[in-house]
Design a protein around this ligand. Structure first.
Ligand code: CP
Ligand code: NVA
Length: 337
């Protein structure tokens, strides 16, 4: 029985650096099995609840397909489908779902809601994104980085954009845990909160990762191996005016990629997706028209370039969520870490 069994994953710091590293490697192993059609039914007979207060393509699909590949049954419950949020409290919902399901994924707004769910469910709860953290994304992201470079320690990842959002928070902490140097490149108004920096710095002191929070583009991207960005306005936010004004200078384009000074074979672009890289989505069209721009956080040129790894990253959500569910719910033997 593993040390991970029965545990929830609400924020990056809930697992130790060795455990996160283990999950990255386990995910790479499960990807290998999947590609060779080798069965891996570690969760046969289990039931998994998937609660989504916000929309999702990747996280929903990853949990669903991962659960089925592991032999479990996933049940999707969208915002309008259950009593939660209208007629029933989180505490009561957690007690009911926990009595029928073996594990619960929750995507929502307030982070305290996923904490409350975990407090009363009595089964592992996995955070599929809150306004503060996106921990399951981290296993896929560092798995993708490791696939590309063969290792993690000593690499440099620059997150460009809203330095206070869930992705920036999670990348800062998870990167620091794994010994990846993390640069947060954002205008001063969008620099990470001090408590998040403090959590990350503590891990960085142990792993040797170097952290840099800056609004200077040249300094922020110099020597980077991974240029990473995310939407300027996250789910639940509406402040387009402010964000477009603040973040237009921080758009990821070919100029920025060149400014890293990193050799082409040592440089990749990543994005958790969904992305606004052109005006093809109706959402993008409306916003672009209003502000007279055609591309937002990343240009279409970079998005479709040889540097781009966002679709490998998206696929890896499935392998990594599988690793996390199998490790926290399955009867696997995982050596003490
Ligand atoms: N990256 C990610 O979480 O995507 P979805 O919002 O589509 O799940
Ligand atoms: N910061 C984005 C991430 C989406 C996966 C959001 O919260 O909308």
């Amino acid at each position: 029985v593993s040390e991970l069994q029965g545990r929830s994953y609400l924020a990056d710091k809930d697992f130790t650096p060795a455990e996160v590293q283990y999950l990255v490697d386990f995910a790479l192993h499960l990807k290998h099995l999947k590609k060779r059609n080798i069965p891996h039914y570690y969760l046969e007979g289990k039931n998994i609840a998937l609660l989504f207060e916000k929309t999702s393509t990747r996280t929903r699909s990853a949990f669903t397909t991962a659960a089925i590949d592991l032999g479990a049954h996933p049940e999707f419950m969208g915002a309008g489908d259950i009593q939660l949020g209208k007629k029933e409290s989180i505490e009561d919902t957690a007690k009911v779902l926990g009595s029928m399901f073996d594990g619960i994924e929750f995507r929502g707004f307030a982070h305290k809601d996923v904490e409350e769910l975990a407090k009363y469910a009595g089964v592992p709860v996995w955070n599929g994104l809150t306004d503060e953290w996106h921990p399951t994304q981290m296993i896929a992201d560092f798995m993708t980085v490791k696939e590309n470079f063969g290792h993690l320690k000593g690499l440099t990842l620059t997150f460009v954009g809203d330095g206070r959002n869930n992705m920036a928070n999670s990348l800062l902490v998870a990167g620091a845990m794994l010994g990846v140097n993390i640069h947060i490149l954002a205008p001063k108004e969008l620099h990470p909160a001090q408590d998040v920096v403090n959590i990350a710095q503590k891990f960085a002191n142990e792993s040797g990762a170097k952290l840099l929070i800056t609004d200077d583009i040249d300094e922020g991207v110099k020597g980077s191996n991974v240029i990473y960005t995310d939407v300027w306005v996250s789910m639940g936010e509406t402040n387009w005016e402010e964000r477009v004004k603040l973040l237009t200078p921080y758009q990821v384009n070919m100029d920025m990629m060149k400014k890293t000074g990193t050799p082409d074979d040592q440089l990749i672009f990543m994005h958790c997706l969904p992305a606004f890289h052109d005006t093809k989505t109706s959402y993008g069209q409306d916003v672009a028209k209003k502000y007279g721009i055609t591309e937002m956080e990343v240009t279409d040129e970079v998005f479709r370039s040889k540097y781009a790894r966002q679709f490998e990253e998206a696929e890896n959500r499935m392998h990594s969520i599988k690793a996390m569910m199998a490790a926290t719910l399955g009867d696997l033997f995982i050596p003490k870490m």
